[in-house]
Design a binder for this molecule. Sequence first.
Ligand code: AMP
Length: 452
Amino acid sequence: MTKFSDLSLDPKVLKAIEDTGYETPTPIQAGAIPPALEGKDVLGIAQTGTGKTASFVLPMITMLGRGRARARMPRSLVLAPTRELAAQVAENFETYAKHTRLTKALLIGGVSFGEQDKLIDKGVDVLIATPGRLLDHFERGKLLLTGVQVMVVDEADRMLDMGFIPDIERIFQLTPFTRQTLFFSATMPPEIERITNTFLHAPVKIEVARQATASETITQGLVQFKPSRRDRAAQEKRTMLREIIKSEGEACRNAIIFCNRKVDVDIVAKSLKKHGLNAEPIHGDLDQAHRTRTLDGFRDGSITFLVASDVAARGLDIPNVSHVFNYDVPNHSEDYIHRIGRTGRAGREGTAITLATPADEKQLAGVENLVKQEIPRLEAPELPKRERRPRRGEAPAEEQAAAPREEPARHEEPSSGKPPRRNRGRRNEPRDNGPVVGMGDHVPDFILRSFS
Ligand code: AMP
């Protein structure tokens, strides 16, 4: 088996690796580091959790050890799709370059230009950036990319999803033709294939096992449930989520809960909080300082439940997440793999439970097709009986508390002023049948009169 010491890395880098306690390179590291050190282009098909960040950070530090930074001309460039991922790459640099004197700057939205400008003016060895922010700096004339010797593109398929490909192409064109490129993507859709054919020179291709097959430490489960009525679906789904969390008991130390839509991220977090669970939302509309605070809180255990959108949570490396809950079946099947991969990291046990309604049939088939298995069906916990019948035109109590004001009243009956036909004459039915939304207890008698 390959050891780190077999990889011709700088002794200072080896010392930093030793400090972390890692003993053997992961397959992507063993595959990518040698050709990278030989100056070859690398195409790494690997996901987060495989150790891919170190697979480019370690050779970069080794190669940058020879030579010096020049003002405004970074010697290497790492592009990441989100601020969090860029910050994570920067952390990796801190860890592995701690015995060297290499300098870095982080160019991400939400962090002031001023300080980063100063660093760049002085000269940095490594520039880590999101594409948009990098181009902002470039256009302000603060930065020259003609000194870039090594360029890394991380999570290229996510860049594609986020519409960054034109930016990436432009950045490629701003860097010297002779640069070395290390390019990483979890998947290879045609557009990414085209980019690699255009900008990489005879790359060494390394593909590591998909996480979907590799992560045997993740126990997956699927809870299928059918809402009792369409207008109650969202509320019942939130209740179902709480019941599933409860049924996991103490095994659920913390969790990331994924929603497909940002608006649901906020509603679900608010609803969990209202029911006494320690939850916070994270999505792209929250400012950077807020997102960082929330993530730090989740990492240090002061926040137990992180309710997240895919973009905000993609690639986050948070060790020790016991559970992932998919409040929604993801629209893109690939996201299922990314989501569940937030748990069961580094060989630990993890649980991933997905909630699905009959409306999710198509997406669920897509996911199961991709992971090449049927996700084991779990018994749905019973929903608790509702406490109070809502009044006419009033959303159920929990709904009111959870839904932000600006959200349209999606779960209410149409407000024609008249009660819906199907409810006429049902006033004396037993209460167990649930509330009669739109009528409640206050139905004027004339409405119940028969006209036949
Ligand atoms: P990444 O795929 O870069 O997001 O890395 C996933 C996790 O694996 C991170 O927590 C790394 O610190 C960790 N890691 C990286 N390399 C190794 C290694 N050789 N052995 C064990 N863990 C590693």
